[in-house]
Design a protein around this ligand. Structure first.
Ligand SMILES: *Cc1c(COP(=O)(O)O)cnc(C)c1O
Length: 378
C-alpha cells in the first residue's frame, strides 16, 4: 500500500450535507430554527421516542438530564470508570458524587451485580454507557433502578441505532443522551440530543437548553419571534444550530447504511483476528445489535503502547478507549481514587487498542490493517 495515513476514525460527509449547509448559510437562519426542528423529529422517529431535544453536545445532554431530574449536591450517581470524561464530569458539575462501579470483562459494560453493592440511601441515578456501541445489560440495570427508585440516564454516545432484544436504544432509560461529535457514528460536527417519552421532562429540557426561556411565551406573543420572552428557569446556552442540523438531517438518513458497513468490517476483523492467538476480539452478546462505534481488541501478551507506535510507523492510526476516569489526576485528587480500585477497567485499559473502523474506509485498507497486525503478532 501507499504512504497514505489511515486515521483511526473519519467522518463521511457527502454532497447532500454540503448542499444543505450552503442552503442554511444562504437562508439567513443560522442558529436554532427549522432545520433543528426537522432534525429533532427525525431523531425521535428513528429511535422510537416521543421526544428528541437537540443540544450542542452529549455532555450537555447528560448535564441537563441530571439537572432536569433534580439531582443535586450531596446526591450520589453511579457510573462506570471506563468512559470518556463527560460522563463523570457532569456529575461533579452538579455537585453530586460520582460513584464508580467496575465493568464486566466480556462486554466492558457496567456489572449489574456490583451496581447493587454500590447503592446507598443517597443514590439517585445510574449513568450506564453502551461501550463501543454494544448495549449494556438493559434488563438487569432497569430492574435495579426500579427496585431502588433510581433514574437511568443513558450515555448513548456510541450507540445510536444499537438494539437490545430487537428494540432501539433511546427509550429504555429516563433519558437517553446521544453524541454527534465528529468521531461518532453520525455527526453534526459538534452536537447531541436527549430522547425521552416523558412529556413534562421534555418540556423542562427544552426550556433549560436555551437560557430557561419559556416556550409558551414564544407561542403566546409571537408570530415566529416577537421581542417578548420570559425566563422561567435559570437555564443554559446549550442549543444546537441549523448549521449543525443541516448535517444531521442527512447523516441520520444514512445511519443504517453506515452501521451496515461498520458491522460488515467488524465481521471481517473478527474472522481474521480470531485466528491470532494473542488477540481477544470484541464479544458480541446474542440479544443485541452492536453498532461498532469502536472496534476494541485486547492484546494478551504484546505491549500495547509499542503496538500502537509500530502501527503508526506503518501509517495506521489507532486509539485507546478509555483511560479509566479514576486514574486521572482530577479524580484521584478529588475523590481519593487509586490504581487498583477498579481492576477490570484497568485490566482492559492496559491491553486495549481501538482499530480503525468507519464507513469511509475501504475494504482493501481494512485488509492492509489486518496484514500489518499479523506482521507484528505472528
Ligand atoms: C464522545 C463521548 C461523550 C461526549 O460526547 P460530546 O458530544 O463530545 O459531548 C460522552 N460519553 C462517551 C462515552 C463518549 O464517547
Amino acid at each position: 500500500m501507499d504512504k497514505k495515513f489511515l486515521p483511526y476514525c473519519q467522518p463521511l460527509i457527502e454532497k447532500e450535507e454540503i448542499k444543505e449547509v450552503v442552503d442554511t448559510l444562504k437562508s439567513g437562519w443560522l442558529t436554532i430554527g427549522p432545520k433543528t426542528t426537522e432534525f429533532e423529529s427525525l431523531i425521535a422517529e428513528y429511535v422510537g421516542a416521543k421526544h428528541a431535544i437537540s443540544v450542542n453536545s452529549c455532555t450537555a445532554a447528560l448535564h441537563l438530564s441530571l439537572i432536569a431530574l433534580g439531582i443535586k449536591s450531596g446526591d450520589e450517581v453511579i457510573t462506570t470508570p471506563f468512559t470518556f470524561a463527560s460522563t463523570g464530569n457532569v456529575i461533579v458539575h452538579i455537585g453530586a458524587k460520582p460513584v464508580f462501579v467496575d465493568i464486566k470483562k466480556d462486554t466492558y459494560n457496567l456489572d449489574p451485580e456490583k451496581i447493587k453493592e454500590a447503592i446507598t440511601p443517597k443514590t439517585k441515578a445510574i449513568i450506564p454507557i453502551h461501550y463501543a456501541g454494544q448495549p449494556y445489560d438493559v434488563k438487569a440495570i432497569m430492574e435495579i433502578a426500579k427496585d431502588h427508585n433510581l433514574f437511568v440516564i443513558e450515555d448513548a454516545a456510541h450507540a445510536i441505532g444499537a438494539e437490545y432484544n430487537g428494540k432501539k436504544i433511546g427509550t429504555f432509560g429516563t433519558t437517553t443522551c446521544f453524541s454527534f461529535y465528529a468521531t461518532k457514528n453520525m455527526t453534526t460536527g459538534e452536537g447531541g440530543a436527549v430522547t425521552t417519552n416523558d412529556d413534562k421532562l421534555a418540556d423542562k429540557l427544552r426550556i433549560l437548553r436555551l437560557h430557561g426561556m419559556s416556550k409558551d411565551a414564544w407561542k403566546r406573543y409571537s408570530d415566529k419571534g416577537s421581542w417578548y420572552y420570559e425566563i422561567e428557569e435559570c437555564g443554559w446556552k446549550y442549543n444546537m444550530t441549523d448549521m449543525q442540523a443541516a448535517l444531521g438531517v442527512h447523516q441520520i438518513k444514512k445511519l443504517d447504511k453506515f452501521i451496515e458497513i461498520r458491522r460488515k468490517y467488524a465481521s471481517i476483523y473478527n474472522k481474521e483476528l480470531k485466528k491470532i492467538e494473542g488477540i481477544i476480539i470484541p464479544y458480541e452478546k446474542p440479544n443485541v445489535k452492536h453498532v461498532y462505534h469502536l472496534y476494541p481488541i485486547l492484546l494478551k501478551n504484546y505491549n500495547r503502547n509499542k503496538f500502537i507506535e509500530e502501527m503508526k510507523e506503518m501509517n495506521i492510526g489507532c486509539s485507546v478507549h478509555f483511560i479509566p476516569l479514576h486514574l486521572h489526576p482530577f479524580y484521584k485528587r478529588t475523590f481519593r481514587f487509586k490504581k487498583g480500585d477498579f481492576p477490570n477497567a484497568e485490566w482492559v485499559y492496559e491491553r486495549e487498542v481501538s482499530l480503525p473502523l468507519y464507513p469511509k474506509m475501504k475494504e482493501e485498507e481494512l485488509k492492509y490493517i489486518i496484514k500489518c497486525i499479523r506482521k507484528l503478532l505472528l
